[in-house]
Design a protein around this ligand. Structure first.
Ligand SMILES: [Fe+2]
Ligand SMILES: [Fe+2]
Length: 166
């Protein structure tokens, strides 16, 4: 196993996860400000799960005797429209699924089964995130933005993003 190769892949994922944490918290603040509480909460819950991903990756990097580069992959995009937020979030999750699938294959080729398993776990989580965002986006398409406003009065439990059991 070439440890530096694995550490590089893991650090690249850390950068993507940090960018997602920043972007999703930015979305959370703005959705909350617009009065869309359930969707705002969904973005916060998923941001926290992305932070958990940083932790998983960091633990593996340190085990491999590397160090964690805590640098986000890119700046926060200042998107504040609810539908545009969901489209951006879906694109980020799709991107994650693709790059983590590739990283899992690269780790397998590098005889690093443990890192491969981490990437596979991340693929599952990002696919679930995509699904949650897509459901919200579908509802906006069907019912318009009033869906988000109505969701904010009572109920609103449909956006729950309970993390999987550890
Ligand atoms: Fe993630
Ligand atoms: Fe995600």
């Amino acid at each position: 196993m070439d440890k530096t190769k694995s550490i590089h892949l893991l650090n690249r994922a850390v950068a993507d996860e940090l960018q997602a944490v920043h972007q999703y918290m930015y979305f959370h603040f703005h959705l909350d400000d617009q009065g869309f509480q359930p969707l705002s909460l969904l973005l916060k819950q998923i941001a926290i799960q992305e932070m958990g991903h940083v932790e998983l990756l960091a633990e593996r990097i340190l085990f491999l005797k590397g160090d964690v580069e805590m640098v986000p992959a890119g700046p926060v995009e200042k998107i504040t429209d609810a539908e545009a937020i969901l489209i951006k979030a879906m694109a980020m999750e799709e991107d994650g699924v693709r790059t983590y699938n590739e990283a899992a294959l690269a780790c397998a080729a590098n005889a690093d089964a443990a890192s491969k398993q981490i990437f596979e776990r991340l693929v599952q989580d990002e696919e679930r995130h995509f699904d949650l965002f897509e459901k919200q986006h579908d509802n906006i398409k069907r019912f318009g933005l009033s869906y988000l406003a109505l969701q904010s009065f009572g109920g609103g439990a449909t956006t729950s993003a309970a993390p999987p059991a550890e």
